[in-house]
Design a protein around this ligand. Structure first.
Ligand code: ADP
Ligand code: ZN
Length: 212
């Protein structure tokens, strides 16, 4: 099963992709995570993308597409995968269609107000990547991960100006993918405004239906 998780920042794609990948035994491929790791490791790629990401812009298509293309040639993708955060532009979607068969696109729907509220309160563990929210999912000890004890941080691009920028980029560049995939009969909407458990149930229902 080859899936795409599509949606605005803060809709919970990453959280759900981790869960779905475990439940169905398929890979989770997050371009955002790949880029963030490159930045943290100070690789050549990381140097190229650091500033772009921090201001909430998109990494150029050529760079992103070749990265994903390469990742999808590895052996482990045969078990199926979830693309989380890719494609994000029509060009990326067109290129992907040239060399991969996609079974379904899950479209996470969420209002702008809720996006801003979620992202500004989101905190990430520097050790294991676990995701918290200062009021919705606070850790037991403020600033410290329940799972591994490492410090939590506020992503540079989760700060207000960058969030506004990411929303603008999403509306302009990524939202057109909704009709792109709807036309191809691949799009399944979920309402991601309720809570993670509810989103998970909606996704499972869709995937179980597809797998019948
Ligand atoms: P979000 O929380 O907004 O879904 P991600 O973690 O998926 O963010 O991505 C963080 C940043 O990484 C993006 O704002 C962008 O700069 C870069 N990035 C990730 N995926 C892509 C992509 N497919 N195309 C271009 N840039 C990307
Ligand atoms: Zn942790």
């Amino acid at each position: 099963m080859n899936l795409i998780f599509l949606g605005p920042p803060g809709a919970g794609k990453g959280t759900q992709a981790k869960i779905t990948s475990k439940t169905y035994g398929i890979l989770h491929i997050s371009t955002g995570d790949i880029f963030r790791k490159a930045v943290a490791d100070r690789t050549e790629l990381g140097k190229q993308v650091k500033e772009i990401m921090e201001r909430g812009d998109l990494v150029p298509d050529n760079l992103t597409i070749s990265l994903v293309k390469e990742r999808l040639t590895e052996d482990d993708v045969k078990q199926g995968y979830i693309l989380d955060g890719f494609p994000r532009t029509v060009l990326q979607a067109e290129k992907l269609a040239e060399f991969q068969r996609i079974d379904a696109v899950i479209n996470f729907r969420l209002s702008k107000e809720e996006i801003i509220r979620r992202l500004s309160g989101r905190r990430i563990c520097s050790g294991c990547g676990a995701i918290y929210h200062i009021t919705d999912y606070p850790p037991e000890v403020p600033g410290i991960c329940d799972k591994c004890g490492e410090k939590l941080y506020h992503r540079e691009d989760d700060k207000v100006e960058a969030v506004e920028k990411r929303l603008e980029v999403y509306n302009k560049q990524t939202e057109p993918l909704i009709s792109f995939y709807r036309k191809r009969n691949l799009l399944y909407d979920i309402d991601s405004s309720i809570n993670p458990e509810n989103s998970e149930q909606q996704i499972m229902k869709i995937l179980d239906e597809i797998n019948k």
